[in-house]
Write a protein that binds this ligand. Structure first.
Ligand code: NOJ
Ligand code: CA
Length: 691
């Protein structure tokens, strides 16, 4: 069979100059034409949609009349060609929404969701060989503290299956800015120290990325409701513009495969004057769908301990043998310790077969459906029940994710039968090395932790767990995009450098780390950081770059509805004063406020315990000592409180005197101002008890 050859038209002779001229004119961007606009309820922010040269689409954002996001492109690189040109506005509609919803648990009980919405429908003028133009909507939700927008693809004849190779979404911050960011696509996933660079020096960053413009505005770019889609990173384009860089799928050409109708996750820009405005914003949660699980009172925010720090110190092992941590006797010791101190959970790692030998990269050997012989799961669960203590489960997959999925129902059933109602999952392997095997015995392909396939996987785990009233705390997770609103059993995750880095005898987390986390990673959602290492020592005695008081402050500063008292019981016995705060501190809140702070420098949080009258304060600083003055106006007026203060001593310094620590009480009221003295690498924690 022969293929017909394409017929080329014979070249025509033309005068070169007019042709060149025509080309130049065509290349010069025509003036942008405004298509639609929407402002936030309080008139703070305005989004403008405009049509640019050749029918390309852009949006821009103004705050009180000043440009914050300069015209930034929208569009896609699809399997069947670019979708960004020849776009015509086919219709638009506006609406408003104002509702206050209640969180089953969280940083605050009530959340107001107040926005104006703009929906703009676009149709592609049939071109480039296409007889029917493709259609999509762009939906903007404009809040006073930020914006969210997403693309929605209706069902249509011209597009059934959509293969997204790349999103062409841009974020062009108007004017120079400083950025705090971690790199994307590096082997250690989300576990990097934050870099602070000019925005123009950001390479490929993960989100959330935090920016401070030279004019002093604080911005965070992220996404909300990452469901059945690839996680978005941001790559440096021309002149400081950040471009979406979707996490690839297994064939490296396509990031997302979906069938119409579908919507992308929300692309978000939070904007505030203060750094603290970002940390107080509810925009990410608000852009997620409401609770799909109904009554979730079966999950109770709580503190936990566990067979854990000893494993990272290497004094006990995950593997069976003479130093095995997860033995029946050792776990019983932790249950007793938890019961004696009012902690609800005991995490046990190394309880199941598969840890012996080199488990890294050998996830196919893990069995999640039975314990190892020296761990009597049933007896321990029953013993815990008599003490009001629940075991916390552990599913380390080492990235053999399909192998885990096959065992998932049975594994969760085993836990449910034994009163295990929180499970910590784990995905330890290098980025891009998730192992997917669609049928048993079939080929294994590699996926990224933040790709579409993993977004589906995590959702499956969370849904299966919810059926059994089990909550999930994922380590080496997909990034948090606020899905805890929809699935309130997705309670916490890691997704940053946690305390474990301080155990490993490599450079530990520097003193500024937590002041970075609060204004970057924590904007995504709760983190299982595992604070409270009162011994201040890692493996081989390596010093942790923190004072004792700072370890306590972390319980208030780094939010999670489950908080670990991560150190060894014997270490807490050596620091009873400090330990008292860990026993007393709440984990669930009616209110949370950032009283003061600067990205990467310091932060002061005040939080009011859920359903109670106590307030807690946490302050941490970086390597610089600080003296702050703190008005206590958040306290109830007219009421007297006993302030139980846990602070750095006069000579405290993370390097030279980390244990210089003072516990004192004083009586205060809302009209008082407290001096807050933070040592280098230090912090302060206060419990306010009404008298
Ligand atoms: C890494 C997790 O962050 C850590 O908490 C856990 O102990 C190990 N993986 C083993 O699963
Ligand atoms: Ca980890």
């Amino acid at each position: 069979m022969t293929h017909p050859r394409p017929v080329r038209p014979a070249p025509r002779r033309r005068h070169l100059l007019p042709a060149l001229f025509a080309l130049l004119i065509a290349a010069a961007p025509a003036a942008a034409k405004e298509l639609a606009r929407a402002s936030s309820p309080g008139g703070v922010l305005t989004v403008v949609l405009e049509s640019q040269h050749e029918g390309r689409l852009a949006y821009r954002v103004e705050r009180r009349g000043e440009a914050v996001i300069a015209p930034s492109r929208l569009g896609f690189l699809l399997g069947d060609g670019r979708l960004e040109r020849n776009l015509e506005l086919a219709g638009q509609s506006a609406s408003s929404f104002d509702e206050t919803w209640e969180q089953p648990w969280g940083e605050r009980r009530f959340v107001r969701n107040h926005y104006n919405e703009l929906r703009a429908g676009f149709a592609e003028r049939p071109a480039g060989g296409r007889s029917v133009g493709r259609r999509f909507d762009v939906v903007f939700r404009v809040y006073d503290d930020g914006i969210g927008f997403r693309y929605e693809f209706p069902r249509q004849a011209a597009m059934d299956e959509v293969r997204i190779r790349q999103e062409l979404t841009e974020f062009k911050v108007a004017g120079p800015a400083t950025a705090w960011w971690i790199p994307a696509f590096e082997w250690n996933r989300e576990e990097y120290l934050y870099s602070r660079t000019p925005l123009s020096q950001v390479a490929v960053a993960q989100t959330p990325i935090t920016l401070r413009t030279d004019r002093g505005l604080h911005l965070s770019i992220h996404e909300a409701a990452l469901v059945d889609y690839a996680g978005m990173n941001l790559a440096q384009g021309d002149g400081g513009v950040l471009r979406a860089a979707l996490t690839p799928g297994d064939d490296h050409g396509t990031a997302v495969v979906r069938t119409t109708p579908f919507a992308t996750p929300w692309r978000t820009v939070q904007i505030g004057d203060r750094a603290g405005d970002l940390a107080e914003s509810n925009l990410i949660l608000n852009l997620n769908e409401p609770n799909r699980l109904g009554d979730v009172s079966w999950f109770r925010p709580a503190k936990y301990v566990g067979v854990w720090w000893s494993l990272h110190l290497d004094t006990e092992t995950w593997s069976t043998g003479p130093r095995h941590g997860a033995t029946t006797a050792n776990t019983k010791r932790y249950i007793d310790f938890a019961a004696a101190n009012g902690f609800r959970g005991v995490l046990v790692e190394g309880w199941n077969p598969g840890w012996d030998g080199d488990w890294f990269g050998n996830g196919w050997r893990f069995d999640f459906t039975r314990p190892v012989p020296d761990f009597d799961l049933e007896a321990l669960a029953a013993y815990g029940a008599t003490q009001g203590v629940h075991l916390i489960g552990h599913h380390e997959t080492a990235c053999a994710v399909s192998h885990y999925e096959r065992q998932l129902p049975a594994a969760l059933d085993l836990y449910a039968r034994n009163g295990v109602d929180v499970v910590k999952t784990g995905y330890v392997c290098d980025a891009g090395d998730i192992q997917r095997q669609d049928r048993e015995g079939g080929p294994v392909v590699r996926e990224w932790h933040e790709g579409q396939w993993m977004s589906r996987h995590h959702q499956r785990v969370v849904e299966e767990a919810a059926k059994r009233h089990i909550a999930v705390n994922a380590h080496e997770p997909i990034k948090d995009t606020g899905l805890r609103r929809t699935y309130p059993n997705w309670i916490s995750r890691e997704g940053a450098r946690g305390m474990e880095f301080n155990a490993w005898g490599q450079p530990p987390n520097p003193p500024e780390h937590e002041a970075n986390l609060v204004f970057t990673r924590m904007l995504a959602g709760p983190m299982d950081f595992t604070p409270g290492i009162v011994s201040l020592k890692g493996r081989g005695g390596q010093q942790i770059e923190s004072t004792l008081a700072k370890q306590l402050a972390l319980y208030v500063v780094i939010y999670s509805p489950i908080q670990m008292a991560a150190d060894l019981p014997e270490h807490y016995a050596e620091h009873p004063d400090a330990f008292q705060f860990i026993r007393d501190v709440a984990v669930d809140w009616d209110q949370s406020r950032v009283l003061d702070g600067e990205v990467g420098d310091y932060v002061v949080f005040a939080r009011k315990a859920r359903g109670g009258e106590e307030w807690f304060l946490g302050a941490v600083t970086d390597e610089a000592a600080r003296r702050l003055r703190l008005p206590l106006s958040f306290l109830e007026p007219g009421r007297r409180y006993r302030a139980e203060i846990y602070r750095d001593g006069e000579h405290a310094h993370w390097r030279t005197a980390p244990f210089d620590f003072v516990r004192e009480t004083r009586e205060v009221r809302s009209t008082d101002t407290l001096p807050l003295v933070l040592a280098a690498g230090g912090g302060q924690a206060i419990r306010f008890v009404p008298l």
